[in-house]
Design a protein around this ligand. Structure first.
Ligand SMILES: CC(C)(COP(=O)(O)OP(=O)(O)OC[C@H]1O[C@@H](n2cnc3c(N)ncnc32)[C@H](O)[C@@H]1OP(=O)(O)O)[C@@H](O)C(=O)NCCC(=O)NCCS
Length: 319
């Protein structure tokens, strides 16, 4: 049976850097508070032209270039995003058109910060059902457009960007995506949500979060999902070469590293420089560590994420 392996990775970040000190000029916060509680030092903020589709397309081009594969080979495009350019068409269709692709299919996935893990799992299962040779799996977000810039509890946390993975179908079960594990529990929909938008036209909609509750669920549920990924493959934490976690908070990332018994230099961390880029954070971190040579072909990479919904999940991949 075929399944997906990573042929190439790519990323895109807006050029504009916003430091904690800059935020402290507009809301009552400090670099010290933000660094101590989250690990974040700066984030990238999109200019008006840098929409989810613009950034997703740039990240996809980077991944195609890295793989040495022509866009015409791509049979499916999946974009994980909570901040699409428009309600429709899907960002994935905008990417398809921008890349000059006219065949195959394309759609968006909404699973908030777990979106990339969800999209990776769906693309892998599509490849398992046969007939799909290459798929682009992208996370692209412009949270700067849905953050309440007067709420210090949330505006300091998020950033913009996009990351992409080009999946190729392979037969060898020892290569590529070894397993994916997805979960959702809608009972926790009110601890992290957008309070307006299409369903409530009287409100533009900004991010509302109970940070402590999200933190508590993140540590517990991410522990469960990395444990199940290891168990499904008969592995222990010692077998993992790299943890590429969703980048929400350095304290959550470090807690997961500790559970797995991984030293800090085996965990890819971008949250200090990117903030939380939601569905884009894992593919951005992956792209950075593959491009700079830290993650090498054959390395075992564990990814995990939790997001609004709640949604959470993990993926174990032989790069
Ligand atoms: C958001 C988070 C950093 C807040 O840290 P915390 O230690 O839980 O802090 P609290 O929310 O309890 O707030 C503590 C105090 O700091 C204040 N505070 C909140 N944001 C602040 C900021 N940016 N600067 C300064 N003070 C701030 C609060 O108002 C509160 O003050 P009070 O005690 O006078 O009411 C933390 O809860 C977190 O990271 N949660 C997970 C969030 C997450 O991962 N979200 C995305 C999931 S995909």
């Amino acid at each position: 049976m075929t399944h997906g392996e990573i042929a190439g990775v790519g990323g895109y970040l807006p050029g504009r850097v916003v430091t904690n000190a800059e935020l402290a000029q507009t809301v009552e916060t400090s670099d010290e508070w933000i660094v101590e509680r989250t690990g974040i030092r700066e984030r990238r903020i999109a200019e008006p032209f840098e929409t989810a589709s613009y950034m997703a397309t740039a990240a996809a081009r980077d991944a195609l270039h890295h793989a040495g594969v022509d866009a015409g080979e791509v049979g499916a495009i999946l974009v994980a995003t909570s901040t699409p350019d428009q309600a429709f068409p899907a960002v994935a269709l905008r990417v398809q058109a921008a890349l000059g692709i006219t065949g195959g299919f394309a759609f968006d996935i909404g699973a908030a910060c777990s979106g990339f893990v969800y999209a990776l799992a769906v693309a892998d299962r599509l490849m398992q059902s046969g007939g799909l040779r290459y798929a682009l799996v992208i996370g692209a977000e412009v949270f700067s457009r849905i953050v309440d810039w007067s709420d210090r509890g949330t505006c300091v946390l998020f950033g913009d960007g996009a990351g992409a993975v080009l999946l190729r179908a392979v037969e060898d079960p020892r290569r590529g995506i070894l397993s994916t594990h997805l979960h959702a529990d809608g009972r926790f929909g009110d601890i992290l949500y957008v309070d307006g938008g299409i369903g409530r036209p009287e409100l533009p909609g900004t991010v509302v979060m109970n940070g402590r509750e999200v933190f508590r669920h993140a540590v517990a549920k991410l522990t469960d999902t990395v444990t199940e990924a290891l168990a499904a493959n008969g592995l222990t934490g010692a077998d993992i070469d790299w943890l590429v976690p969703h980048q929400a908070n350095l304290r959550i990332i470090e807690a997961m590293g500790k559970k797995l018994g991984l030293p800090a230099d085996k965990i890819v961390v971008t949250v200090e420089r990117h903030g939380n880029t939601s569905a884009a954070s894992i593919p951005l971190a992956l792209a950075e560590a593959c491009h700079d040579g830290r993650i090498k072909r054959g390395d075992l990479v564990l990814m995990e994420a939790l997001g609004a919904g709640l949604t959470w999940g993990s993926a174990l991949v032989r790069y």
